[in-house]
Every structure is written in structure tokens, then in C-alpha cells.
Design a protein around this ligand. Structure first.
Ligand code: SF4
Ligand code: SF4
Length: 482
């Protein structure tokens, strides 16, 4: 069992050590190069490229329809995702996506801990971008720390001003791109540029600009440590079989300067591979010393792995003193036992993957059987049924029709499962025909009268005779209370 420290500050205090940098003040991460840094740059470019470009992509849906590939049309309560159009009645699909995404996060956690946090979380991606800007303007870690302690010169003021100006530019672009997902992007861009956009658009841009600037520029690691719920969950869902970034202390301790370690090894005395250079701490965006043990705030970004691998290469020791490894393997190494290997396929990961596939399958099935004509009915409540003078029974229903197609259509309303029924639809044309414009919704009152002896299940059917498309909804035909 692994105890995850709430913070290194508490542990440092117990050991009488100075607090880690992250607990003392602002974390100032050093630049690092290596395999995981390259992967993170790749992820950053892909995520930002996707975020800024998606609302600009066009998708031809025919005349009178929005031609934006990804659009959350709040005004018409519809969402467009390339060839897919979602209506409020498709909430089950949205729920399916959310449940599958949650299971996906749990699956990733079962495989490799907080991998999402280290590579794909927007907080990580935007913080990386803001740190890149800071580094380009103010220099790497040492230079930034020196300048922060130094006098306020004109050059320093210009640097700080340039940094904040660029941060604000990125924040405005982020907020602007966010607003583009909700209305036609080219129209809104022109409106924003000319001051003709609606006030709500300026409000959305301002809110996202502010949150991006504060969270990515100023709050940074504090968000990952204290604001995000994941670290709190991590205590409960930590999986010793999942990959986590870990310091292999059985190999690294006792930590010694490289020269002394060489001397001790020459004499046959034990010497660890860690040279106590603190490079792993300097590059950490959270300010963690991973050598203290697993930490709930660690985002599994692998930058300390890159830093330590670089040090190991320079002192001609094998790489991997800090590595992605299952925690049970680290404990086995400590006990001198063979380290279990990380396994992709385990009952837990298979069960989670099966759950995601089942949800995906159900969603595909729902999409495949979905028609572009929807009908929903609500039975009258009071009175639920009326006995007519000729002995027949009358029931009333509020029927809502939605034409999700791009063409105008006429549908015929009828009731099934009720022999001898006479149906009238208030507001309909002759033959209970209802005209629906493309994308239109209409609610009408349907009244059915029949010589019924018992209550029965019925179906209200909307049929488009021109296309043959039909949609039905289950309801009941009730008898009056005796
Ligand atoms: S980078 Fe490697 S060698 Fe240097 S302190 Fe960290 S674990 Fe030790
Ligand atoms: S300890 Fe290593 S993996 Fe964890 S956040 Fe810091 S640099 Fe990233």
C-alpha cells in the first residue's frame, strides 16, 4: 500500500528539511529536452491547432443550414459535429459520450496514472505555452530567478511588459476561439473586429481571456495541486499496477556526488546512482522532488525522467533512474525481488475497455436507428378520458413533431392499436396532415375517440408518405373512472 503525501511541505517539516520550492513560492521550472518533452511539444501543437482551427472548418449541409463543421447552436438548441446533428432529444447520446469519457479517464488512470494531466489537460497545455513565452523573454530558470531578485531596471520592465502582453494576446485568442464554437465563426470574427458583435460574445471572450490569463499565467501548478479534484481522487484510485513516474531508490541510494560514488564503487562499497544534482526538481512544473516518493500532485509528465536521463548519460550510468514504472515494481526492487512487468491487459483494464466499447456500440446503434422525424406525446391529465353520449371514449394528447431533415415535409398523424378509432388533430389540414418546415418543431392536440371496453397500450404514429419515413411513440388509451 502506498501512502500519498498531501504535500512535501509536511514531510519536509517532519524531516527538518527546507520546504520544496513549490511550497515556498512560485515554481520556476527549468527547460529540459528529451523524449517526453518532445512528446509534450507534439501534444501541445496538436491540441492548440485543433482548438483554434476547428471552428473555422466548413461543412456543407445544404441551403439554409449552418456550414460550420463544429457548432453549438444555443439559439436553436442544436449541436453540429461534421455530418452529425444533435437535438435536445439526443441527450442520451451526450450522456453516453460523458459516461464513456469518464470511463476513458479511469482506464487511462489504471494504465498510467495522471497521464491525461501531464499531456492533454488544457491547464497543462496552456501553462506550457505560457512558460515557453516566459522563458523566451526572461531566460531559463537561473536567469529568471536572478532577475526576480535583482533591481527593477528599464530592461526588466520592458521584459515583464512584453511577457504579460503576449500572455494577454494568447488569452484573448483563446477566449475568442471559444466564442467561435457557438455562432458562425466568420460572422462573429467580423463582428468582434468591427465592434458589432453581440454583448454576450464580448462577455464570453472576456471571461475566457481572464481565466486563461490567471490560470495559465499565474495560478499554474496551484491549479493542478489544489483546484483540480483529480489529486484528491488519486488517493482513492491509485493503482500500484499502473505506470507512474517513480524514483528507483533501490538503485539511486545512497545518493553521492559522482566522484565519491566512483571511489566507493572502486572499493566495492555501495553507492547509488543519484548524484543529488536536483535537476529532476528544477524541471518539475509542479515543484516536486519525486525522490521523496509518490506525490498526489505529480501529473506524470515525465520531464524529471528526461532531466535525470540527461544526467545519467553525462556520468555514463544507465538511464531510467527516474522512470515510468508500476509502483509494485519499485517496491519489489526495494525488497530485492524480481520486478513485475507493467501489463496492458488486466481484468480491470479489460473491464473498463469493455464498458467503453459497450457504450460506444449502444450509441452507434442509437444513431443508426435514429430517424429525422421525431414524435413525442403527452397524455391529457385532467380529465384523462371522457365518456361520450354515444358510449364511445375520448382521450386527448399533446403531440410534438420535429422535422430534423433539411427539406420541408408533410406528415400524417394516426393512432395504432385502437380498433375503430377516429382521430382529429387540431390545426392540421385535411386527413390529419401536418406541414413541417426544415428543422421545424410543432406541438398539436390530437384527439382519439373509440368504442373501448378496456384501457390499452397504443402508439401515436407520424408518417411522411412522400419519403416513407415513420416515427412512433408509445402511449395509452384510458377509460373514464367509474
Ligand atoms: S536528476 Fe537524477 S541524479 Fe539528479 S538528483 Fe534527480 S534523481 Fe538524482
Ligand atoms: S515529479 Fe516528474 S512527472 Fe511528476 S510533475 Fe514533476 S516533473 Fe512531472
Amino acid at each position: 500500500m502506498v501512502a500519498l503525501d498531501v504535500s512535501h511541505a509536511a514531510r519536509a517539516a517532519r524531516l527538518g528539511k527546507p520546504k520544496a520550492e513549490g511550497m515556498r513560492g512560485r515554481v520556476t521550472p527549468q527547460a529540459v529536452s528529451g523524449r517526453y518533452r518532445r512528446i509534450k511539444w507534439g501534444m501541445l501543437v496538436a491540441c492548440l491547432g485543433l482548438y483554434y482551427a476547428l471552428p473555422l472548418l466548413r461543412w456543407d449541409r445544404g441551403p439554409g443550414q449552418p456550414d460550420q463543421a463544429v457548432l453549438l447552436d444555443l439559439a436553436h438548441v442544436r449541436a453540429y459535429l461534421f455530418g452529425l446533428e444533435l437535438w435536445p432529444s439526443d441527450v442520451v447520446l451526450v450522456t453516453g459520450v460523458l459516461v464513456a469519457a469518464t470511463l476513458g479517464l479511469v482506464l487511462v488512470n489504471a494504465l498510467a496514472g495522471r497521464l491525461w494531466c501531464g499531456y492533454l489537460c488544457p491547464q497543462t497545455v496552456w501553462t506550457d505555452l505560457f512558460l515557453l513565452i516566459e522563458r523566451r523573454i526572461e531566460g531559463d530558470r537561473r536567469e529568471r530567478l536572478r532577475k526576480r531578485e535583482g533591481p527593477t531596471t528599464l530592461r526588466r520592465v520592458v521584459e515583464i511588459g512584453a511577457k504579460h502582453a503576449l500572455w494577454l494576446l494568447v488569452a484573448v485568442m483563446t477566449g475568442g476561439a471559444f466564442a467561435l464554437y457557438f455562432v458562425d465563426a466568420p460572422t462573429l470574427l467580423v463582428g468582434l473586429a468591427t465592434g458589432a458583435a453581440p454583448a454576450a460574445a464580448y462577455g464570453a471572450v472576456a471571461a475566457l481571456t481572464l481565466t486563461t490569463y490567471v490560470l495559465a499565467g499565474h495560478a499554474r501548478e496551484q491549479v493542478c495541486t489544489w483546484m483540480c479534484p483529480w489529486p484528491r481522487l488519486q488517493n482513492a484510485i491509485f493503482d500500484p499496477k499502473a505506470l507512474c513516474v517513480a524514483y528507483r531508490d533501490a538503485r539511486g541510494e545512497p545518493r553521492l556526488p559522482a566522484k565519491r560514488a566512483l571511489e566507493r564503487r572502486a572499493k566495492g562499497d555501495p553507492a547509488g546512482d543519484c548524484v543529488d544534482c536536483a535537476q529532476c526538481v528544477a524541471v518539475c512544473p509542479i515543484g516536486i522532488d519525486i525522490r521523496e516518493g509518490p506525490n498526489f500532485a505529480c501529473i506524470n509528465c515525465g520531464l524529471c525522467v528526461d532531466a535525470c536521463d540527461g544526467v545519467m548519460a553525462r556520468i555514463s550510468r544507465p538511464r531510467g533512474l527516474i522512470a515510468y514504472a508500476p509502483w509494485e515494481a519499485i517496491e519489489a526492487e526495494r525488497a530485492g525481488a524480481p520486478a513485475p512487468r507493467w501489463r496492458l491487459l488486466r481484468p480491470k483494464t479489460l473491464a473498463l475497455a469493455a464498458g467503453i466499447l459497450a457504450i460506444a456500440g449502444a450509441m452507434v446503434g442509437t444513431l443508426a436507428t435514429r430517424t429525422d422525424l421525431a414524435v413525442v406525446s403527452v397524455h391529457d391529465r385532467n380529465p384523462a378520458a371522457v365518456l361520450l353520449s354515444d358510449g364511445r371514449v375520448r382521450n386527448g394528447y399533446a403531440v410534438t413533431l420535429a422535422n430534423r431533415s433539411l427539406a420541408a415535409r408533410t406528415v400524417v398523424l394516426a393512432i395504432e392499436g385502437l380498433p375503430g378509432a377516429e382521430v382529429t388533430v387540431a390545426g392540421a389540414e385535411a386527413g390529419n396532415r401536418v406541414a413541417l418546415e426544415p428543422g421545424a418543431r410543432r406541438t398539436l392536440r390530437l384527439v382519439a375517440s373509440a368504442p373501448a371496453e378496456t384501457a390499452r397500450d397504443v402508439a401515436i404514429v407520424a408518417r411522411d408518405p412522400a419519403s416513407g419515413v415513420a416515427s412512433r411513440t408509445a402511449d395509452v388509451f384510458l377509460l373514464p373512472a367509474r
